[in-house]
Design a protein around this ligand. Sequence first.
Ligand code: TXA
Ligand code: MG
Length: 349
Amino acid sequence: MLEYKTEVWPVDKKIAEDENCPQITQASLWIKKNEVIAFPTETVYGLGGNAKSDAAIEKIFLAKGRPSDNPLIVHVASREQLIGMVSSIPERAKKLMDAFWPGPLTLVLPKGEDVSERVTAGLSTVAVRMPDHPVALKLIKECGLPLAAPSANVSGRPSPTTAQHVHEDLNGRIPGILDGGVTGVGVESTVVDCTAETLVILRPGGVTKEQLEVVAGETMMDPGLLNEQAAPKSPGMKYTHYAPNAPLFLVDGSPSFLQELVDKQKGAGLKTGVLTTEENAPFYKADAVIPCGSRGKLESVAHHLYDALRAFNESGVDIIYGEVFPKSGVGAAIMNRLEKSAGGQIIKE
Ligand code: TXA
Ligand code: MG
């Protein structure tokens, strides 16, 4: 593994479009040399490299330890930058761009000629999105290149929502991190397949099914997301993901049922953790009770989710029990990520 002295470059996330920013200039110089750097987006931090360069994309996969059959999302700062990245843009995709770009919606479209084959893992399609973050947009503009960027975590770990998370995972593996503070949405973009007759959600995320339906009409969840038997169409969805070090079990039941499970493990001498919400946190007695947002406001749960999952690693617990959430709105994305972190282990009361 290449060794870098990883620099952290603080940037103001409210930076104006025409303001000079030496940190972003420095980051873009690395990108132009086909090196990779981490940057904030409105969802999670990304690890960006020149989408046209095999050498740069190779470095992304190496730094993350990511399986090479899992394709990356190409990030653009303008629709002009899609030229060469995609070969056509169906009418429905244009409508979705009008409604949700810049923002947490990734569109899967027919691949263009200039995208590195390494980005798409040999698929005939490419995933593209325009992030809603001044630092990301300025970086992409300044290097004048579309950036392929997965989440900036080591493969399998929760996605990073702070520069500190990125540093924990990638220190020494990349030249630098643009630190724009905590990200907003907290879970990744929604990935939709725009190549089929009906719009299909391949990964639930920041833009909800309900919001998509208003613009694109009938929208369905990829059957692979709902049913363990069907293979998911988004290659990334088949890997274990977002996992804390200790095993996580989701508990579909009352807080007192969850507490009973905790008590049993305590009796067996294990250190226990509970992933909960502000409302229920005072109820639990465990070694680490970590609330992620408020149950009454699912956006706040999405915002705090990955930070909470990472916090269990510092607390050194042996086993974690987590509450479940309704699967409507952004709850679909929250439960998708929680089910992945739990490896599908759900205990019903
Ligand atoms: O919010 C986000 O989307 C963040 C930020 C950094 O933009 N990025 C992100 O990238 O989450 P990553 O690599 O962690 O996830 C990309 C997802 C994976 O599930 C991958 O399989 C899917 O998008 N994907 C990429 N290209 C695809 C394609 N051509 N067809 C189907 N799925 C694709
Ligand atoms: Mg990821």
